[in-house]
Design a protein. Structure first.
Length: 490
């Protein structure tokens, strides 16, 4: 698909914020264009495929296994194959989109080359689609899925019918992606493999910057450099919305040196958007929102944890900066109940609370466990933690070991194997992680299989306990199986 193939058409829409009617940028005309997605089941890939389907493109694809996301695409009219085979590629396919996990040896990618299809990585096509809109890209080591989903939800609740593609399901919007009639396109921008450098948004939001993905970045300085390039890639007339407390974000802003307009958010009064008079009740916060010293109003959030106050401030800062009336944002902020697998309440059964959470970095684990304890105040907090990647576990072993201080019991299955080499796999394992957690004062046990973990939970949990399954792999299956066992044992 060349740029000439993606035609554009001028559009005029009624804006649902302080302006009555706006002329918007040209829209991509993808209706009838044939796209093939290799790795269509991934949350980002499936979201982008859904966006194209809603724009009346023809979508085919494949993945190693079927699941909720591929089933949804099928219901919307896509033809999705299980397994990778050159015959899956439509002879008339014009564009082939590959996930970050797809290697050059993949038979479908090789077939695409033979057919002279235009090949995009996921982030490249996302950037191409966003270039036809007023793009709002949310980046950060932590919180980008929650914040981008929260922003998309609040914009729609406030009357701005935003397009969106984010990295997790938004239960209240029924998907991880959607099309709208406004000029805005909200997307989660991931730093892995520097993929966010394919996006040139009108507004870039920087939540925080920490060491992570050390399998593709040599050190923290390289990560900060990538975020700087992302921020600098914001359109010249655009805006960078930045966490005013994060030291690495501060380094990025300092390097921009006025090249882009910047507004900050945070808890300090010297931030452009700040929260004052925080009040906590049952683990949830109310606060007064200010903009450059002027009170915008009082608001509340329905997600636990002080880190979510920071995410809420990012939502407020972006929304107000693009023209949404402050009162409209503050009024709907607490209606947002969260993202799939982010401090997600699975249910309460016979006095036992079951949660599921995506945290897979030491900072995220600390924040999630602290928020859980404040919100639910369990007698005992059990955490089933599945580490994600052997290499990440090895790089952050000591940080992981101290991250579980808020938990009473930690159960550790084997590490989730993805994007790892055998060398990394030989240097660390679940047993080593459990032992290191124990050395730092938290009771941890390595149980190799999910079945063993479920057996242990059934035997040990009592009314008043809370168990959270945690990690970026498939540990959510433990929560589901445990809940099924509770039902069977009643």
């Amino acid at each position: 698909m060349s740029r000439a193939r993606i035609q554009t058409q001028p559009a005029k829409v009624r804006a649902a914020h302080r302006y009555e009617v706006v002329n918007v940028v040209s829209r991509p005309k993808v209706a009838g264009v044939r796209f093939h997605f290799v790795g269509a089941g991934g949350i980002g890939m499936s979201g982008l495929a859904q966006f194209l389907l809603e724009k009346h493109a023809i979508v085919t694809g494949s993945d190693q296994s079927s699941g909720v996301t591929t089933a949804r695409l099928s219901r919307k009219g896509a033809q999705i194959h299980v397994g990778h085979d050159a015959r899956n590629v439509d002879p008339q396919a014009e564009v082939v989109v590959v996930s970050a996990a797809i290697q050059e040896t993949n038979p479908e990618l090789q077939q695409a080359r033979r057919q002279s299809c235009r090949v995009y990585k996921y982030a490249q096509l996302l950037g191409e689609m966003m270039s036809h809109f007023e793009g709002v890209a949310v980046a950060g080591t932590h919180g980008k899925s929650t914040t981008s989903g929260w922003l998309a939800y609040c914009l729609r609740q406030a009357g701005v019918d935003a397009n969106f593609v984010v990295g997790a399901e938004i239960p209240q919007l029924g998907a991880s992606a959607g099309t709208g009639n406004s000029e805005f396109f909200v997307a989660e921008a991931c730093e892995y493999d520097r993929s966010f450098l394919n996006i040139r948004p009108k507004v870039a939001c920087l939540l925080n910057i920490e060491r992570d993905h050390l399998d593709c970045y040599p050190d923290e300085a390289a990560i900060v450099e990538a975020f700087y390039l992302f921020a600098r890639g914001t359109k010249p007339e655009g805006l960078v919305v930045a966490n005013g407390h994060d030291p690495n974000v501060a380094r990025v802003i300092e390097r921009l040196d006025g090249e882009r307009a910047v507004v900050t958010f945070g808890f300090d009064t010297d931030c452009d958007f700040c929260a004052r008079n925080l009040r906590q009740q049952s683990g949830l916060y109310r606060f007064d929102a200010f903009h450059r010293g002027q009170l915008l109003g009082s608001t509340a959030i329905s997600l636990p944890g002080a880190h979510n106050v920071s995410n809420a401030l990012a939502v407020i800062a972006v929304a107000v900066s693009i023209g949404v009336e402050p009162a409209a944002v503050l009024d709907v902020l607490d209606r947002f109940t969260g993202m799939d697998r982010r401090l997600m309440l699975k249910g309460q059964f016979d006095g036992i609370t079951v949660l599921d959470d995506y945290a897979h970095h030491p900072t995220e684990i600390k924040a999630s466990l602290g928020a859980i304890r404040a919100r639910y105040q369990p007698k005992r907090l059990w955490c089933v933690y599945q580490a994600h990647q052997y290499s990440r576990t090895r790089f952050f072993l000591e940080e992981f070991a101290v991250a579980f201080g808020q938990a009473d019991k930690v159960l550790v299955p084997e590490i989730y194997f993805v994007r790892d080499c055998e060398t990394s796999r030989s240097e660390v394992n679940g047993a080593i992680l459990a032992d290191r957690i124990c050395r730092h004062g938290t009771d941890a046990v390595h149980l190799g299989t999910f079945e063993q973990i479920c057996d242990h939970l059934v035997e040990q949990l009592r009314p008043g306990d809370l168990v959270v399954t945690m990690g970026a792999g498939d540990v959510w299956k433990v929560a589901d199986e445990y809940i099924q066992r509770l039902g069977r044992n009643r």
